[in-house]
Design a protein around this ligand. Sequence first.
Ligand code: 16G
Length: 245
Amino acid sequence: FSTVKASARNGAPLYLQLKKSIEDAVQRGVIGPGDALPSERDIAVKADVSRVTVRKAVQDLVKGGILVQRHGSGTFVAPRVERVEQSLSRLTSFTEDMARRGMAVTSTWLDRGVYPPSPDEIMVLGLSAKELVARISRLRIANDTPLAIERASLSATVLPDPTAIGSSLYAVLERTGNRPVRAVQRISAANLGDADAKLLDVPPGSASLNIERISYLATGKVIEFTRSIYRGDAYDFVAELRLAG
Ligand code: 16G
């Protein structure tokens, strides 16, 4: 970072120049994911700028997700998440997908209960106005990294007690003879709002892939309507394509 003061006269505010040189150091791998940043004081001395300037540059980089601050232990280059390659040609569950990769799955419950259905749920799940909907919303975590927020809706007839599902929805559906055999998935790009970004442990505004899955039983009946928000920095969706005809 020692070049900052030398180029101070080229106009841009010092903190922006320092920010850029830290960013460059991360990009060139001089400091790698998970590495500790030198202390504020050391950077200030080395770059010949004030500590206020260092703090401002670092705060900006924390906001941008390049650096992370851990209370008590300092500032680090944000760890890179291992990207997950997810096939779009198999109807699998999150638990199965992660188990296949040898990753440990945990979930944080955001909501689970039985509610009067929304117009969307009535339409997609083919419910009558009197029927109730079971909603399960979870933050899905693999190897301690939050990867997705999933909000699933099923008829309460299928899932009368959503609090009783253990770690896998599809395992429960399998046991009760309701495992879907087919699904239609719609994927669209979005930017995370503050609350979802916080849950997924990424800066607000980060890219996400929003997935809507409607799953069917062999009878053609819709069994599941799930809206998920996947971290854009963590997922690659892969499909095999064949020449038509
Ligand atoms: C997947 C499905 C989700 C399903 C869940 C069940 C996508 C986009 N979503 O995450 O629809 O409800 O698996 O997982 O693939 P579980 O059996 O581990 O609860």
